[in-house]
Design a protein around this ligand. Sequence first.
Ligand SMILES: NC(=O)c1ccc[n+]([C@@H]2O[C@H](COP(=O)([O-])OP(=O)(O)OC[C@H]3O[C@@H](n4cnc5c(N)ncnc54)[C@H](O)[C@@H]3O)[C@@H](O)[C@H]2O)c1
Length: 401
Amino acid sequence: MSEKQVRLALIGCGGIANAHLRGYQTLVEKGVDTFSIDATCDVHRQAAQNYAEKIAEFQGTTPRVYDNVEEMLKTEDLNGADICTPHSHHHISAIPCLESGVDIMTEKPFGVTVKASKRMIEVAKENGRIAAAAENCRRSPGQRAVRWALNEGNIIGTPRMFFAQSASWRDPSEAGNWHWRLDKELSGGGMVMDSGAHMMDTIRYFFGDVERVYAEVRQIDEQFANHAERGKVRSCHEDTWVAIINFKSGVIGTWSWTTAAPVHGFLNVAFYGSEGVIRDHGDVFHPFAFQERGEVEKLDGTKYTINELRDMYLETLSDEEKERLFPFGIEDGFALEVYDFINAIKNRRPPEVDGWTGLQAKSIAIAIYESAWSGEAVSIADVLDGKVNGYQKEIDEHWGL
Ligand SMILES: NC(=O)c1ccc[n+]([C@@H]2O[C@H](COP(=O)([O-])OP(=O)(O)OC[C@H]3O[C@@H](n4cnc5c(N)ncnc54)[C@H](O)[C@@H]3O)[C@@H](O)[C@H]2O)c1
């Protein structure tokens, strides 16, 4: 058994686990010695084995390898589990961990449905454990700076509205195999709640709580549906949506995406205040989080690049705030989220993005599906208390929730 204060397991050793692994490696390289990764677990044992070998290269000790969470919990003395499984298996992996006294952080979206998310929060509470939602985007200097600009910084006046729209064309004959992401019970939904989970956290981070949503969600291109049939999964792969999002603060926004728009594609991501606009030229899922391509433009003619805005924001931070938000000068959101989780475990304090925050972001994406399902505007309060659950019902029933 490792003697480190925080002993972790990595559950789900697929694509995104690699970004978490690089995050842990960054921390080790910066001299953080409070944690160790003692176990890797994946239903495909070879995947867990491969990750254990990669971790050994920077950690110096090799995690033990498991293909079953319960088996791992019986053998290991863990404090935390970093869960990177498909959406349906966030709660399925998390609950036994929490019941065994292990704190958890799950990848986004927090749970596969609202009920699954609430169950994790309840079990964490019953067992006095931490339930964190992994969210890397809001931790980037770009998103931190834009949040500051829209709020305390008052850079473009009172926030009023946003437009986040992307239209592109994907040749249906080149549809890839999206595995579990195509199956409604495993994924819970398509891109609205997959990459969309980041955008939903972002808009809450910028503008606060959402009141109400109206949306249409479609799979316009039949060939994607047919492709999914061939793969013998029920396709859950919307290629188009249009959503209107109303915030409690009075801010309004539209979020639309399609890959079924031939010939003329465009991207327009613009956040407006009473005195100007902040634009992003990246994508409609992770504004300002990675490329930091964009600019601020004000009615009085002032212009800044996002990088200049970010420098203005960083200058407002005290040394203590810089150390808290960007410890050791780290700016990678994955390294920052795993560091926050480790410190939450070590110091018994809430993580920045706890289960409730993860659920709030998730509930906006779910409200989009529920609105499209019912044809009505949907309130977030009704989604959260389970009054509106028509879209999610079959997923909840499938998993016995
Ligand atoms: N933060 C981000 O930017 C980001 C990006 C991509 C994916 N994600 C999220 O990460 C999660 C995983 O996505 P991915 O793209 O890595 O998927 P993936 O399919 O590449 O990896 C999932 C892994 O989980 C394993 N697995 C499945 N069931 C398991 C179980 N019961 N116990 C242990 N392991 C199990 C699979 O074998 C696979 O290796 C999802 O929640 C996804 O939304 C986040």
